[in-house]
Ligand binder design. Structure first.
Ligand code: NDP
Length: 259
């Protein structure tokens, strides 16, 4: 198991779903972890649940789509846990629509949440990652970063953008000790997927079980991914053994996408 004792991590979107699993796994591996999300109550509850047996977790309420709030993160880290050397950009969300009557507001919102926020948070915390001499930047993208996603053009475009940012930064930082990678989950068993199932039910009239099975069947393994499976990969990428892995986008999707 990767040991991360003495390391300090920030996980955006850490109050539920994949981000919460990542925060718990990093803390379990010995890192001090700050979780970031908008909803302060859920965030505090998640931090309290993870923080046991000497694990160190703090909750920092922040909307990652607001650059002014993001700009405060380095100072808030310094006064709570210290300067981070691991950043996991996980906050994100999907909404779907056919393109021809696609609301422009949805396009803007998907790009801001799934791509521009990654740029802002990275820009704010990268100096600390570089200064640490062992920085790890890990972006939670999606299989929708590598292939199209029907009715989700804005989300898929944003996630494709995350890979462009990941690969470009990996090159830019290759002469430093910072590695930059993406993980690409397939449909995962999280509140975001529960929302997708509700959307399918309300738009198609299918039952919730049918809708869930349709998402499961996108994976050759015929199942949803667990947040813990994504978290295990993130922990490995954060560790010393992964020092030579950079600019990669690794799928955790039961074999759905093979590029
Ligand atoms: P969830 O909806 O379950 O959790 C999203 C997290 O992000 C919450 O903690 C939420 O808290 C936070 N968040 C949302 N908006 C903001 C914001 N503006 N500022 C700060 N935090 C925010 O999502 P998942 O765990 O399912 O997804 C996590 C990541 O994984 C996303 O990037 C998603 O695109 C990606 N992914 C998910 C897949 C899936 O099937 N679920 C598949 C592939 C990729 P709050 O609302 O309180 O801010």
């Amino acid at each position: 198991m990767t040991r991360l004792t003495g390391r300090c991590a920030v996980v955006t979107g850490g109050s539920r779903g994949i981000g919460r699993a990542i925060a718990a796994a990093l803390a379990e591996a010995g890192a001090a972890v700050a979780i970031v999300a908008r909803g302060a109550e859920a965030l505090e509850a998640a931090a309290a649940a993870i923080e046991r047996d000497g694990r160190r977790v703090v909750a920092l309420a922040c909307d990652v789509t607001d650059p002014r709030q993001v700009a405060d993160l380095p100072a808030r880290m310094r006064t709570t846990l210290g300067d981070p050397d691991i950043l996991v950009n996980n906050a994100g969300g999907a909404d779907t629509h056919k393109l021809l009557d696609h609301p422009d507001e949805l396009w803007e919102r998907m790009l801001r949440l799934n791509l521009t926020s990654v740029y802002w948070v990275t820009k704010a915390l990268l100096p600390s990652l570089v200064a640490s001499g062992r920085g790890r930047l890990i972006n939670v993208a999606s299989t929708a970063a590598k292939s199209g996603a029907r009715y989700a053009a804005a989300y898929a475009a944003a996630k494709h953008g995350v890979l462009g940012l990941t690969r470009s930064l990996a090159l830019e930082l290759a002469s430093s000790a910072v590695t930059v990678n993406a993980v690409c989950p397939g449909y995962a068993d999280t509140p975001m997927t529960a929302e997708s199932i509700e959307r399918i039910v309300s738009r198609s009239g299918r039952s919730a079980d049918d809708a869930r099975r349709a998402l499961e069947s996108t994976s050759p393994q015929g199942r949803l991914i667990r947040g813990e499976e994504v978290a295990a990969l993130v922990c490995f990428l954060a560790g010393e053994a992964a020092a030579g892995i950079t600019g990669q986008a690794i799928n955790v999707d039961g074999g759905a996408v093979m590029t």
